[in-house]
Design a protein around this ligand. Structure first.
Ligand code: NAP
Length: 293
């Protein structure tokens, strides 16, 4: 078993991103600029946004944060997004999800200029990705492809089983793994909450990608020997044993699945760190006008 080590890969790729950001600054006199919008005080969202901003600083990007209380109206939020769209100094905009119930996340996502949609959630980017056209790729699936590439994981002709079909992880991941490129060229099966006997499918997986949000859902009896496992799950549980006051668990029972796998991501220290890399790379591409000119 070998770890797919998000810490190692993300640090390496951050070095490359920092180098490119310095080139942009030298050429244009400006830094790539990511703007995050955070609504309310959800603990997870606060942590993710703080980490995104810290990572921007580490690679020499400019970052800014727009904060709203949870009672902000949808109209007010959409007005702010329009302002950020029109601001020529901003290369990438992210609105941290989840949003309070009275705000429609799809409406907000579609309001972001697709040319600044560095989370890659806008339908135009998703459609272009499906067509294999230049686009911003959703940050988590993008980060996973970078991880697979770094370890030279063979994907052509393999059976990839994706558990979870969300718009931000499972669904785009399944499209990427089926595309005619590397990593890709897999035969892909998608499982979700209505799939009967999921074990029947996971046992067939050469590559198993799990994104459902259920602690230790995938157990050792559900995987075959030699499987490559990518655990996207981030299940937070309060803990008195950690400084932060919580502990993270994946969707995979790491302790018992790892011995059967050829490669596996840990949680934490795996996909989460790669998601940030996906976001930084999209922001860099936007600053370089690589995707939409
Ligand atoms: P989501 O929007 O809640 O979607 C969950 C998906 O899992 C749905 O497709 C659902 O099926 C499926 N599912 C739920 N319970 C299931 C079960 N018992 N058996 C089979 N399928 C089941 O979640 P998400 O946003 O994709 O996130 C999934 C997990 O990844 C969460 O733990 C989240 O925190 C984590 N995450 C991590 C990162 C990272 O950077 N590491 C990024 C994003 C998300 P239906 O469609 O049928 O409801």
């Amino acid at each position: 078993m070998q770890l797919l080590d998000g810490k190692y890969v993300s640090e390496k790729l951050k070095g490359e991103i920092a180098h490119e950001a310095a080139n942009i600054l030298a050429k244009t006199g400006r830094k790539p600029h990511l703007c995050a919008v955070l609504v309310g005080h959800d603990g997870g969202s606060e942590t993710y946004v703080a980490s995104k901003i810290k990572n921007c600083e580490q690679v020499g990007f400019k970052s800014s944060l727009v904060r709203y209380e949870a009672d902000v109206t949808e109209a007010e939020l959409l007005k702010k997004v329009a302002e950020l769209n029109a601001d020529a100094d901003i290369d990438g905009i992210i609105v941290q999800l989840p949003l309070p119930k009275h705000i429609d996340p799809d409406k907000v996502t579609e309001h972001i200029d697709y040319r600044k949609d560095v989370d890659g959630f806008h339908p135009i980017n998703l459609g272009r990705m499906q067509r294999n056209l230049p686009s911003f790729i959703p940050a988590t699936p993008y980060g996973i492809t970078l991880m697979l590439r770094e370890y030279g994981i063979e994907t052509a002709g393999k059976h990839c089983v994706v558990v979870g079909r969300s718009n931000i992880v499972g669904s785009p991941m399944s499209i990427l793994m089926a595309r005619n490129t590397y990593p890709g060229n897999c035969t892909v099966t998608i499982c979700h909450s209505k799939t009967p006997d999921i074990k029947n499918f996971t046992l067939q997986a050469d590559i198993l990608i799990v994104a459902i949000g259920r602690k230790n859902f995938i157990t050792a009896d559900m995987v075959k020997e030699g499987v490559v496992v990518v655990d996207v799950g981030m299940n937070r549980e309060t803990s008195t044993l950690t400084k932060s006051g919580y502990k993270l668990y994946g969707d995979v029972d790491f302790e018992n699945v790892a011995p059967k796998s050829s490669f596996i991501t840990p949680v934490p220290g795996g996909v989460g760190l790669m998601t940030i890399i996906g976001l930084l790379k999209n922001t860099l591409s936007s600053a370089n006008k690589e995707v939409y000119g």
